[in-house]
Design a protein around this ligand. Structure first.
Ligand SMILES: Cc1cc2nc3c(=O)[nH]c(=O)nc-3n(C[C@H](O)[C@H](O)[C@H](O)COP(=O)(O)O)c2cc1C
Length: 308
């Protein structure tokens, strides 16, 4: 509770103080943001995607500006699951929901990661990254193939009893079908969207801007696509949806809640303003108060679609 209004939401069995999470890859391992605000004032965060062993990313240039957004091809650079559990997780204050993101090239790797992460009482949930748009193998390979995706979700489901979210790629023809596949395979919730596969070219050098050639487009440029997909998926599945994509302001976040999301993740906005997630959480509360909602959770799916 906060003031007169109940800001709490439940995402796939994860109790959150409010519906705002830092998005994977843009919020580090949480401690990076502690200099800016008390993490207990947002719902929590999804940590950078983890692999079984530490992993270097692509060589630079791996980030570039894009119209109303950014391109990245970092490629899951991370400290590995052991260092996350031993060094990073204990530094997160109690009461902050930490969702661990898993990445691998085979479903067995994802399952092993989920099992190891489940041994910690500080991990509130698992998010399967089945959608990284710029790694050579893994990630999006699963997210673009319904039968591989089903197998992946089943394997991870067997490996953990923690709430299980699957993060979908927008780089598919029918997003609702992919979400239904995850629901049938045992997922507790769907996160969407990851970055949109993209590229940019420098005409002077006649070279791709990113060393990897392909990258992922994120930021406000993708928000209308993300909203459309969150809407379609919310209509298609019964499990909760976490909305991601170009959220810069509280109004942006409210749009995702109205379209059916139970919570949201803030990504690229963190690079523009490290207080973004906090300001968005506070702004959602003000919006709900202004519009006469007793609970922030009541915003979910409150989109008015009847014609006037
Ligand atoms: C630099 C960068 C790194 C990212 N790394 C990851 C990652 O490790 N795992 C993941 O699931 N998503 C990753 N993402 C995707 C974001 O979590 C998010 O889905 C996407 O950027 C869209 O949201 P946004 O427009 O708010 O940034 C990354 C995004 C950026 C910009």
């Amino acid at each position: 509770m906060s003031g007169g209004i109940d800001t709490r939401v439940c995402l796939a069995g994860i109790e959150l103080r409010n519906p705002v999470l830092g998005a994977s890859g843009t919020f580090g391992y949480g401690s990076e943001f502690e200099a800016f605000f008390d993490l207990r004032r947002i719902g929590g965060f999804v940590a950078k995607s983890l692999t079984l062993e530490p992993r270097w990313g692509n060589p630079p240039p791996r980030i570039a500006e894009a119209p109303s957004g950014m391109l990245n091809a970092i490629s899951i650079e991370n400290i590995g699951v052991a260092a996350f559990l031993e060094e990073k997780l204990p530094r997160v204050p109690d009461g902050v929901a930490v969702i661990a993101s898993c990445f691998g090239t085979e479903s067995a790797e994802y399952a092993e990661l989920a099992a190891r992460l489940s041994s910690s009482p500080r991990v509130a949930g698992i998010e399967i990254n089945a959608s990284c748009p710029h790694v050579k193998s893994g990630g999006i390979e699963f997210g673009q193939d319904a039968s591989l995706l089903a197998e992946l979700v089943r394997r991870v489901r067997e490996a953990t009893r923690l709430p299980l979210l699957v993060k979908l790629s927008p780089n598919v023809t029918r997003i609702a079908d992919m979400a239904m596949t995850c629901e049938d395979a045992g997922a507790d919730g769907i996160s969407l969207i990851n970055a949109v596969q993209a590229m940019e070219v420098d005409v002077e050098t006649r070279r791709p801007v990113l060393s990897n050639i392909l990258g992922g487009l994120s930021g406000p440029a993708i928000r209308p696509i993300a909203l459309r997909m969150v809407w379609q998926v919310s209509q298609a599945v019964k499990i909760p949806v976490c909305g991601i994509g170009g959220i810069l302001t509280a109004d942006d976040a409210v749009k995702f809640l109205l379209c059916g999301a139970s919570a949201v993740q803030v990504g690229t906005a963190n690079y523009l303003n490290p207080l973004a997630a906090l300001e968005i959480a506070e702004g959602i509360q003000s919006y709900a108060e202004r519009h006469g909602f007793a609970r922030v959770a009541d915003l979910t799916g409150a989109l008015e679609t009847r014609s006037v």
